[in-house]
Design a protein. Structure first.
Length: 495
């Protein structure tokens, strides 16, 4: 994702943090057992605040509240009014955009520039996009044989949707799910990631203040299996919309079988970015750089495997290294910072361990590969490029989820496609060429849910996003997402 505006944000004031409570039935509610955990600022390693640690009993309470809203106030709200409420929520969030951006940056470590000009605006855009859909979700009539006057379909909400989200784009991932689910008439229980739960809690309160009926959106923070696992096995939840790692997604798919729960999974990636010699090399350098280093590389669709046609490999690598060496991690609150802190010490250790794995496999660290010193604290790492990489190496096959790019040369277009597709993942891909026919041919052959031609990392509320292969199934965003939050009912009408 690239920022769409160029103004610099002002350094904001004291953060407005939520209480150490769950948000159930339209109000703050202490977790049963009273346990809490802490969330920290990864740029300073300081504790930000305590967060409620929910239990299976809290999930039960949230399901009760969400079911009551589903059969009560939210059910009674007309489709047009659902749209109006979503629009009001978007306006309310926009009015507090700086406040939300600050909390997102403090919790995640991403630059304030990204939170303020990409993440929160993208959440607002999703709310408005689905506000527009709310009164346009309808069935069909069609000719049928037999003793019927006619037949028709209804598109009905599923019931209570469980939304489980990761830490890399907390407010975006939450609002992509919540906006679509609510527009269709469902109610929601949201479990945010434990590293970054704060904007989810704040958003639920804001939504109710902006007119969402109590119980239509509930937030239960806490552990992956205690809260997330309880949601997946809960018979009162109709559908789980999950974004996270492929490993956890596989477990959710297995667990969901017991209740034949509807599931959509947005999982990991190891996306190829293919640069042909007939492309605009300077544009491709910028695209490859943004593709991997935007969001600290903690991006599911990061262009983490760069395939470069051999003829321009050395030129491209040299330019890419020069650009990368100008990117220095810094204080996420500084308006000019473009790379912040990795989300946690454990994420930093995982990413750094892949640099060592790459070296042992024979890759060369051509830039980075080291921790960055930003005032002596925080989980900062320098942007890293590994060359001399073979596509079979672990660093080319496993999701690193950090600012580490592997560069692999190729000779022929068929070879590039074969290498790109030689992955368990299929989330996204990039193609750089001035030959429009070739661009379309390659896009058609790539096993990826999104293909970017002559750009990378662009998203839009109207454009469906999701994976092929082990990157998951189902789609977020666009008209397509509505399919995953509704059931189709067929009605035959006799004479
Ligand atoms: P994760 O899978 O560890 O956790 C995701 C969420 O699932 C968290 O809220 C976590 O608490 C919860 N969870 C953990 N165990 C659970 C269980 N047993 N049952 C139910 N819920 C459980 O992922 P993460 O580390 O937070 O995020 C990084 C991963 O997310 C990466 O693999 C990345 O590619 C992926 N991701 C995918 C997309 C996409 O759209 N495809 C977008 C963003 C991130």
């Amino acid at each position: 994702m690239e920022p769409r505006q160029s103004q610099e944000p002002q350094k904001p004031q004291e953060p407005n943090l939520p209480p150490a409570k769950l948000f159930i039935g339209g109000e703050w509610s202490a977790p049963q057992g009273g346990k809490t955990f802490t969330t920290e600022n990864p740029a300073t390693e300081e504790t930000l605040c305590e967060v409620a640690s929910g239990s299976p009993a809290d999930v039960d309470r949230a399901v009760e509240a969400a079911q009551a809203a589903f059969t009560g106030d939210w059910r009674k709200t007309s489709a047009r009014d659902r749209g109006r409420i979503l629009w009001n929520i978007a306006d309310a969030l926009e009015a507090r955009i700086d406040e939300f951006a600050l909390v997102e940056t403090l919790d995640n470590g991403k630059p304030i520039f990204e939170s303020r000009y990409v993440d929160v605006p993208a959440g607002i855009a999703a709310l408005r996009y689905y506000a527009g859909w709310a009164d346009k979700i309808h069935g069909d009539t069609f000719p049928v044989e037999g003793p019927f006057l006619f037949a028709y379909t209804l598109r009905e909400p599923m019931g209570v949707v469980g939304a489980i989200t990761p830490w890399n784009f907390p407010i975006i991932q939450a609002l992509w799910k919540i906006a679509a689910a609510l527009a269709c008439g469902n109610t929601v229980i949201h479990k945010p990631a434990s590293y970054t739960p704060l904007t989810a809690l704040k958003f639920a309160e804001l939504a109710v203040e902006a007119g969402l009926p109590a119980g239509a959106l509930n937030v239960v923070t806490g552990g992956g299996s205690a809260v997330g696992g309880s949601m997946v096995s809960h018979p009162g939840i109709a559908k789980i919309s999950f974004t996270g790692s492929t490993e956890v997604g596989q477990g959710i798919m297995r667990q969901a079988a017991d209740t034949v729960k509807r599931v959509t999974l947005e999982l990991g990636g190891k996306s190829p970015n293919i640069v042909f010699a007939d492309g605009d090399v300077d544009a491709a350098v910028k695209g490859a750089y943004n593709g991997i280093f935007y969001g600290k590389g903690e991006v599911c669709a990061a262009g983490s495997r760069l395939f470069v046609e051999r003829k321009i490999h050395d030129e491209m690598l040299e330019k890419l290294i020069a650009r990368t060496e100008r990117l220095r991690p810094g204080d996420p609150l500084h308006p000019k910072t473009r790379m912040g802190a990795l989300v946690s010490s454990s994420q930093r250790d995982t990413v750094m361990s892949y640099v060592e794995i790459g070296k042992k496999e024979g890759a060369e660290v051509v830039t980075g590969g080291t921790l960055a010193d930003v005032g002596g604290k925080g989980y900062f790492m320098n942007p890293t490029i590994l060359s001399g990489v073979d596509n079979a190496m672990r660093v080319a096959q496993e999701e690193i989820f950090g600012p580490v790019l592997v560069v692999i040369p190729f000779d022929e277009p068929e070879e590039a496609v074969a290498l790109a597709n030689a992955s368990i993942y299929g989330l996204a891909a990039g193609v750089w060429t001035r030959d429009i026919g070739k661009a379309h041919r390659i896009a058609a052959q790539l096993q990826a849910g999104t293909v970017w031609i002559n750009q990378y990392n662009w998203y839009d509320s109207g454009a469906p996003f999701g994976g092929f292969k082990q990157s998951g199934f189902g789609r977020e965003l666009g008209r397509q997402a509505l399919e995953y939050y509704t059931e189709t009912k067929t009605v035959f009408v006799g004479k």
